[in-house]
Write a protein that binds this ligand. Structure first.
Ligand SMILES: [Zn+2]
Length: 253
């Protein structure tokens, strides 16, 4: 897989009017092949990122960190540096490289987009974060974002966060029999999982819209959530599955 679709997706996500990220916030990744993936390098700004703002990394050494004692931060950084496909390449993988590798691997998706969208973080920094993650309010939210989001309470960024996300994702997959589309991080942000760049953009946009609706409805005695029965009915309807696939294909070329 070439870098161009990930580069375009990252610049789009970083546009200031989206209010998803500012300065060096957020990170994106994409599978290259079975053994390697691209990840945004540490310290890069999404909006004006170029080809040199990404680093190609091997899955195996990063995934190994999740299953064995990875040592202190300096030792972890040495592993990340050694995991680069081209050791001479300039960038250092984002500190969140562990959760990117884990999600691409465990969820079988091709793209990850992680942002600190203001609308979502208004809720993630409130006592209603879990409530927002585990309910759906309107049909298109359920269609694009799945029947629920995975909620992960605040953890230290890096390896502790990656391990907490892995626990949440495994529980979700055991319950729903499929990978999640959205992971919500308490006091931190949102992760979208998808197979195309367009799917990442759609899921992030819909999560932000849902967050705005949640906040507005909360001020009027709500929100009124869809019942679990209604959510299941929507996500399994053949016409909605057809529509969802259409959204994904539209700009995947
Ligand atoms: Zn973050």
């Amino acid at each position: 897989m070439t870098l161009a679709p990930l580069l375009d997706m990252t610049r789009t996500i970083g546009q200031p009017h989206m209010d998803y990220v500012i300065i060096g916030e957020g990170n994106t990744s994409a599978r290259i092949d079975a053994d390697t993936f691209w990840i945004k390098a540490s310290g890069q700004q999404m909006v004006n990122i170029t080809e040199t703002g990404f680093v190609a990394v091997r899955f195996a050494p990063i995934l190994a960190m999740l299953d064995q004692s990875a040592g202190d931060l300096a030792a972890q950084k040495a592993v990340m540096q050694a995991a680069k496909v081209d050791a001479a390449a300039a960038g250092i993988p984002s500190v969140e490289v562990t959760f990117h590798a884990m999600l691409l691997h465990e969820c079988g998706v091709n793209y990850i987009g992680h942002t600190h969208a203001t609308a979502v973080n208004r809720i993630m920094c409130s006592p209603r974060a879990f409530d927002f993650a585990t309910h759906r309010m309107f049909p298109d939210e359920a269609v694009l974002c799945g029947p629920e989001s995975v909620y992960v309470a605040y953890e230290d960024p890096g390896l502790p966060l990656a391990l907490a996300i892995r626990d949440g994702v495994r529980k979700y997959m055991a319950e729903w029999g499929e990978a999640p589309k959205v992971i919500l991080l308490g006091n931190h942000g949102v992760i979208a999982l998808g197979n195309t760049p367009q799917e990442i953009l759609n899921i992030t946009a819909m999560t932000v819209k849902a967050a705005r609706i949640f906040e507005g409805a909360s001020g009027m005695g709500g929100p009124v959530f869809l019942s679990r029965e209604d959510v299941l009915h929507i996500v399994r309807r053949p016409d909605e599955i057809y529509r969802r696939n259409l959204f994904v294909e539209k700009t995947s070329h």
